[in-house]
Ligand binder design. Structure first.
Ligand SMILES: C[S@@+](CC[C@H](N)C(=O)[O-])C[C@H]1O[C@@H](n2cnc3c(N)ncnc32)[C@H](O)[C@@H]1O
Length: 308
């Protein structure tokens, strides 16, 4: 099959493309949502599976992604955060769909564009916003968050081993000189690096990126809306790149909630029926062939569920 049709592979190479399409089990006349349009790789492939009656709605909160919008009358681009999925679909007269796809995180374009501040390798202001309409930036976080909040962020989102020491140092350092740029921040914390510096900075920057864009909050909001939006038998496919996100998806697909325990009611009434049947006991991961062609796919995990 000819994957990557009208999309923009220079912007982003779609990961787990055929696996995600198989998982969505696309009905040709169905209504689908791509929550993370990006370069349009997954969207173009969904469209290729649809007939004239099919519809596709593509969300992306980054104005750059809009430039890749597909010229196809069955497609609508929605330039907003997918955490408002139901609200914006309703504005387009859509109250139920056959399939939902989300390919989380940032695109290669966002990462490689120096001015965006996502990469540890380019000098830029400490920005990291996917949506430039929001005011919170990495600079604001580093210069204003309290020590405890910084520690939790570095630890939970970056798995930074010395999160407590780093948070304490950030607060002390910024009192002398506020952080403004990627290189300035890296130089200021250079003495705190543990292990491989590239890996260390990548973890610190990942934590900041997840916090700036409230990525786990958006995923939470997407998941809780999905059961009401999906038709019975409809599919949801989520590709994540962080163990925290994969755990949220796994837990929600299995039980319909985020608590580890299945015991919803301490007084013994039976737990409510989960809204989904999880179709992936273990997550689907990229093949050796895909990894050799696109090393950035390496931590991708796809999970699929069907609405009961
Ligand atoms: C990994 S890329 C998706 C790439 C896309 N599947 C493709 O084939 O080109 C993630 C995209 O989702 C967008 N995004 C991430 N979180 C979002 C959110 N909460 N709401 C809307 N868009 C989001 C990012 O701006 C980025 O363009």
């Amino acid at each position: 099959m000819n994957y990557m049709r009208d999309s923009n592979p220079a912007y982003h190479i779609p990961v787990l493309l055929s696996e995600a399409m198989d998982g969505l089990n696309i009905r040709a006349s169905g209504v689908f949502v791509d929550c993370t349009f990006g370069g349009g790789g997954h969207s173009a492939e969904i469209l290729a599976h649809l007939n004239q009656d099919g519809r596709l709605y593509g969300f992306d909160q980054d104005a750059d992604a809009k430039r890749n919008s597909l010229r196809d009358e069955r497609f609508v681009f929605i330039p907003h955060n997918f955490r408002h999925l139901q609200r914006f679909l309703r504005l387009h007269g859509v109250t139920e769909v056959d399939g939902i796809l989300a390919d989380l995180g940032v695109s290669s374009h966002q990462f490689d564009e120096p001015a965006r501040g996502f990469s540890t390798r380019s000098e830029a202001s400490l920005d990291m916003r996917m949506d430039k309409r929001q005011s919170l930036t990495a600079e604001t976080i580093l210069n204003t968050y309290g020590e405890q909040k910084l520690q939790e962020m570095f630890s939970e989102y970056g798995e930074v081993t010395n999160a407590k020491t780093l948070a304490k140092a950030v607060v002390a350092l910024r009192n002398k000189t506020p952080f403004r740029t990627v290189n300035g921040f890296k130089q200021a914390i250079a003495d705190l690096v543990k292990g491989n510096p590239n890996r260390y900075f990548a973890q610190v920057f990942q934590a900041l990126r997840i916090e700036v864009n409230d990525e786990t909050g958006a995923l939470h909001d997407l998941l809780v809306q999905a059961p009401a939006l999906l038709k019975t038998g409809g599919r949801i496919a989520i590709i994540s790149f962080h163990s925290l996100e994969d755990r949220m998806v796994k837990q929600f697909f299995r039980s319909g909630h985020f608590e580890e325990s299945d015991e919803q009611d301490p007084f013994g009434s039976s737990p409510s029926q989960p809204p989904f049947r999880s179709l992936t006991k273990k997550p689907v991961t990229p093949s050796e062939k895909e990894l050799s062609q696109n090393p950035r796919a390496r931590s991708a995990k796809l999970r699929i569920a069907e609405k009961i």
